[in-house]
Every structure is written in structure tokens, then in C-alpha cells.
Ligand binder design. Structure first.
Ligand code: HEC
Ligand code: HEC
Length: 361
């Protein structure tokens, strides 16, 4: 600043001081008007535009993607460029740098001119900083995965089961069949999954067991993870709906009104035996016959099996099938159905039917 400029500046200063505006009420008044204006804008925005509410916090939903508020997003994004331990260094280092920079500003920027155009370095630096902040914020928004849809399933059990069925058919049926009966595993020709609709499977697995398999998958056996947090497509409520659908296959055995099997002296294949096979064996010995054995039709029941015949008409004691039902180990395998034997009444009934000639009656 040369002398002429200095003089001009001082003259202006004197003049202003003489005509003067007082801090109170002039400045305060202006501030009040501006504050009031901003206040009104905020209230109008809150009233008419509103804030989109996220679903209520749900501690069991670990698929939620937490993100800072928008004005912190740039910092959040910035930290992604400092992996691992560098993150801490970056937080402290950058903060310190900025603080020191601001304190030092009066010392290294000694120009008396105030106008931004007269301070190119400071102005350009500030513009660069703002641009970087905007760019980082945009980048953070773009790379944030979409928040899981708010609960697909909130309604009744039926709604949940229906939602689960859709998802099951979309994601699971390729490897598990449309009703969980089992199917050839995608990518592993000749290999089949165990039926999920099997009563034994359902009684020995809790909802949480099943949920965890869906969520985390079973990599070693060829089942991919489906949980959002493991890179899959299903949110927790989605997976719960699928579990509800699988659970709906469980048939609660209805003892009331059922015929007392012990009192049936001449059992009928179609009336007594076939229903037991359908319910307890067909999941493994149906279309996909384990051990080569199928109970789909009378003929198959009598003749199929790797160790056929498994039923010797008139001789239950030597029939492999009966031995297996009783848990006697045979060359064809162990207990049938695996894990949860038939009731004594059911086994005795099948035995009577075989001893009486194993007819298609
Ligand atoms: C790419 C094929 C594949 C897909 C798709 C798949 N699974 Fe599986 N799943 C498997 C395999 C393989 C196993 C290992 C056990 C077996 O052979 O049954 C398995 C096991 C399971 C088990 C545990 C069974 C047990 O005997 O303990 C459950 C429950 C299950 N899957 C549910 C699902 C559900 C629900 C879906 C859809 C969201 C699904 N799976 C999609 C291949 C698949
Ligand atoms: C969870 C699946 C499953 C269920 C349910 C099941 N089985 Fe089996 N079964 C098998 C498998 C697997 C084999 C092959 C042998 C083995 O691995 O033990 C087999 C083998 C057999 C065989 C020997 C076939 C042969 O010729 O080698 C007979 C007979 C048999 N099962 C009867 C039954 C009957 C009867 C029921 C129902 C009361 C039943 N199974 C229920 C899985 C099942």
C-alpha cells in the first residue's frame, strides 16, 4: 500500500466513523432480520418438504448401512484414501494442518488488500478446497449402497410366507427344488441337495439355524451366502420370510381323529402304508431316489432299490426295509428315516402288511 492509498483509506475511515453506525441497534437489527429470515426458511422446509424418515432402528438388522450426515460425507470419503493405520494419522494430521494453517495465515499472508481478486493464492486455494469437498461428497453419495428396502414383511404370517415363497423360487429353487424337495446343485452335475421339506430336517433345525445357513451360505458344500452383509441379495427380513416359508412345510402330526394303527388287523397299502411312506419317506425316496429306492408307486415300493428287493412279501423279518425301520444296520444303510424313527405302531403296521403278503390293497 503506498502513501496515497493509505491516505485515501484513512479519510474513508474517518468519514465512516463520523457518520457512524452503532453496533446497537444497527448491526443487531440487521442480524436479527437475517436470522429471522433463515429461521422462517428452515421452518417452512421442515413443514412442507419434511425429512424422509428411515425405518425405525432395528438392532437385529445388521444389513443396515450406516453413513454420516451429508455434511460429513466428504470426510468419510476422504478417509477411504487412507487405509488401515493411516486413517488415524490422516484424521489428526489433516486437522492439525488446517488449524496451524489458519493460525499462521496472518503471518504468511501479509497483503493489506482484502479483495479476493487481490489475493490469488488464498482465493485459488479456497476454491480448490471447496471443489474437493464437493467432489468427495458426490463420490460418497454415489458409492453408498442403497439402503435395504424397508421391511418387506410386516404383516401376517401368510403375507410373510407368501413373500418367502417368491424369494425361495427366485433364489433357492435352482438348487433346492420349488418346494424344497431337493434338486441337482447348480454347477455340480450329479450332486443333489438334501430335501429341506423333510420332516426330520424341520424338527432338527431351528429357525435360527436355517436363517444362518441362508445368511452365511455353506461355501464348502456349494451354497453361496445370501445375506446382504456377505454380498448376497437378501435383507434380514427377506431371509426371515424365506425361513417362514420353509417352516410352513412342517406338518404337525395330527393324532386326534387318526385311526389307532395298533388296532388295524389287516392293513391296506393305500389306506395305511402309503400315507406313512408319503409323509416320512417320499422326500428322499420320491422322484430323486436315495439308495435307488422310491416309494412313489406300489411297483416301485416293491421292486426299486440298490439292494432290491427291500420288501420280501410274507417275510417282514428278512425285509431290509423293516430292518432299517427298526434301526438294525443293513448292507443298504442304517436307520430309516435317518434320525427320527417311525413310531412302534407304524412299524408294526408295516410289518403286518408285509407278513400278510404286501399286497396292493
Ligand atoms: C447354488 C446352489 C444353491 C442355492 C442357489 C441355494 N442353496 Fe442351499 N444349499 C446348497 C447346498 C449344496 C447345500 C449343502 C447341503 C445339501 O446338500 O443339502 C445347501 C444347504 C442348505 C441348507 C442346510 C441344509 C442342511 O441339511 O442343513 C439350507 C437351510 C439351505 N441350503 C437353504 C437355502 C435357501 C433358503 C436358499 C435360497 C435363499 C438356498 N439354500 C440357495 C446349495 C444351494
Ligand atoms: C432324509 C432322507 C431320507 C428319508 C426321509 C428316508 N430315507 Fe431311506 N435312505 C436314505 C438314504 C440316503 C439311503 C441310502 C443309504 C444310506 O445312505 O444310508 C436310504 C436307503 C434306504 C433303503 C435302502 C435302499 C436300497 O435298496 O439300498 C430303504 C429300504 C429305505 N431307505 C427306506 C426308507 C423308508 C421306508 C423311509 C421312510 C419311512 C425312508 N427310507 C426315509 C435317505 C432317507
Amino acid at each position: 500500500m503506498n502513501d496515497a492509498e493509505k491516505q485515501a483509506y484513512l479519510a474513508k475511515y474517518k468519514e465512516k466513523k463520523a457518520s457512524g453506525e452503532l453496533f446497537f441497534p444497527h448491526s443487531i437489527g440487521k442480524d436479527a432480520v437475517v436470522s429471522l429470515f433463515i429461521f422462517i426458511v428452515l421452518i417452512s422446509l421442515a413443514t412442507f418438504a419434511g425429512v424422509p424418515a428411515e425405518p425405525p432402528a432395528n438392532p437385529s438388522d445388521s444389513s443396515y448401512v450406516p453413513r454420516p450426515e451429508w455434511y460429513f460425507l466428504w470426510m468419510f470419503q476422504l478417509l477411504k484414501y487412507f487405509p488401515g493405520k493411516l486413517e488415524g494419522v490422516a484424521i489428526m494430521g489433516l486437522g492439525l494442518l488446517i488449524a496451524v494453517g489458519l493460525f499462521g495465515l496472518p503471518f504468511f499472508d501479509r497483503s493489506a488488500r482484502r479483495h479476493p481478486r487481490n489475493r490469488p493464492v488464498a482465493s485459488l486455494a479456497m476454491i480448490a478446497i471447496v471443489l474437493v469437498i464437493v467432489a468427495l461428497s458426490i463420490q460418497a453419495v454415489v458409492t453408498t449402497p442403497p439402503q435395504a428396502e424397508a421391511l418387506v414383511v410386516t404383516g401376517s404370517d401368510e403375507a410373510k410366507i407368501a413373500a418367502g415363497e417368491k424369494l425361495f423360487i427366485e433364489y433357492c429353487a435352482v438348487c433346492h427344488g420349488e418346494v424344497g424337495e431337493g434338486a441337482e446343485i447348480e454347477g455340480q452335475p450329479g450332486e443333489f441337495t438334501n430335501p429341506l421339506n423333510d420332516q426330520d430336517f424341520l424338527t432338527t433345525h431351528t429357525d435360527d439355524n436355517i436363517f444362518n445357513v441362508i445368511d452365511y451360505g455353506w461355501d464348502s458344500l456349494g451354497m453361496p451366502p445370501f445375506g446382504l452383509r456377505y454380498g448376497g441379495a437378501l435383507t434380514d427380513p427377506d431371509s426371515r420370510a424365506v425361513v417362514a416359508f420353509i417352516r410352513s412345510w412342517y406338518v404337525v402330526e395330527d393324532e386326534t381323529g387318526a385311526e389307532n394303527l395298533a388296532q388295524v388287523e389287516t392293513p391296506s397299502f393305500n389306506q395305511h402304508v402309503k400315507p406313512i411312506f408319503d409323509k416320512r419317506c417320499a422326500s428322499c425316496h420320491g422322484r430323486r431316489a436315495k439308495g435307488g429306492y422310491s416309494v412313489e408307486t406300489y411297483e416301485q415300493t416293491m421292486t426299486s432299490g440298490d439292494n432290491a428287493p427291500v420288501i420280501i412279501a410274507g417275510d417282514a423279518a428278512n425285509s431290509i426295509l423293516v430292518q432299517m425301520l427298526r434301526g438294525i444296520s443293513t448292507p443298504a444303510g442304517g436307520q430309516m428315516p435317518p434320525g427320527r424313527p417311525l413310531s412302534a405302531d407304524q412299524i408294526n403296521l408295516i410289518e403286518r402288511w408285509i407278513n400278510q403278503g404286501a399286497q396292493n390293497n
